[in-house]
Design a protein around this ligand. Structure first.
Ligand code: AMP
Ligand code: MN
Ligand code: MN
Ligand code: MN
Length: 286
């Protein structure tokens, strides 16, 4: 079967509740203006924006799925697992996300200490100015501060020069386990999805292990069309989805009008012949 899944679903983006620059309400308005029909706000390790996002989606006539993007450590790399359609009141989910957020404060202090060693002073305080949620200080907030100081031209350059492995502001961190993240989501009635698989620096064997273990733990979806993939990668991961029997997701990973090159609702549609992840979640759509 050829063709595409023509529903304009955008199931990955960030608000001020994590490292986006827009409120849930403003994101909803932007998504609706761009023609999004089914939306999910997926803040990193946080669901504090879910009620506001769902209410704003309703006000704009969009369908809504609850969402989050959980930070996981797998084979020594950070992997992101999207949760969709879970019960936001589920105690196990809430506790798991709280634990995952817990290490961010100490990590941020260490990032600032690393930056101070190369002469960038007061980066912790500087990053905090950009933080909308005190429990969620992220590398993105440091990147915005370093652009403000003129140390770099844009946030991409900050990541390249300061915030990735081997650079002065990089702090290794242990996030949630893959098993736990998938369990929190599925036990809360949701579907777990591997986010932007092309972004990880895995060997073919490590990637195979990720997909295999993810399935073993109950994971059911993979992002195929995302702002982090090239068109060639859409094709590659459509094939991976078929190979592993996973449903496919679509999401811009929009963070900010100034930083994100892919706007809400503007990606190509999912290729046909894949099961769209929302078909697994028909009874969870609000
Ligand atoms: P953290 O969870 O604090 O490690 O921050 C991760 C976030 O940093 C990601 O969700 C992206 O928003 C952002 N990020 C990671 N790598 C880059 C990059 N190369 N350029 C710009 N932003 C990035
Ligand atoms: Mn982010
Ligand atoms: Mn991500
Ligand atoms: Mn994201």
């Amino acid at each position: 079967m050829d063709g595409v899944s023509i529903l304009n679903a955008d199931l990955h983006c960030h608000s001020v509740v994590s490292d986006g620059t827009m409120t849930p309400e403003d994101l909803a308005a932007r998504a609706a203006a761009n023609g999004v029909e089914l939306w999910a706000l997926t803040d990193h390790d946080e669901i504090g924006g879910q009620q506001r996002a769902a209410a704003a989606a309703r006000a704009h006539g969009m369908k809504y799925l609850t969402g989050t993007e959980i930070s996981v450590t797998f084979a020594g790399e950070t992997v992101h697992i999207i949760g969709l359609g879970f019960d936001p009141e589920d105690p196990g989910m809430k506790r798991g996300l709280e634990e995952t957020r817990g290490g961010r404060e100490a990590r941020a202090r260490e990032i600032a200490a690393g930056l101070a060693q190369v002469g960038i002073k007061d980066a912790y305080e500087g990053a905090l100015k950009y933080v909308g949620n005190p429990e969620l200080i992220s590398r993105t907030h440091f990147a915005r501060f370093l652009v403000e100081t003129g140390a770099c031209r844009d946030t991409n350059e900050v990541f390249r020069k300061f915030l990735t492995d081997g650079k002065p502001g990089y702090v290794p961190h242990r996030w949630a386990s893959l098993k736990h993240a998938v369990q929190w989501i599925t036990d809360a009635g949701g579907v777990a999805v591997i986010a932007h698989p092309a972004r990880y620096k895995f060997t073919a064997n490590e990637e195979y292990a990720l997909f295999t273990e993810f399935k073993t733990h109950g994971g059911r979806g993979v992002e195929v069309v995302t702002g982090s993939h090239t068109p060639a990668e859409y094709v590659k991961y459509a094939e991976t989805a078929r190979e592993f029997g996973l449903a496919a997701s679509r999401g811009s990973d929009f963070h900010s009008p100034d930083e994100s090159h892919t706007d809400l609702g503007k990606l190509p549609f999912l290729p046909g012949a894949l099961t769209p992840v929302w078909e697994l979640l028909a009874d969870r759509i609000r």
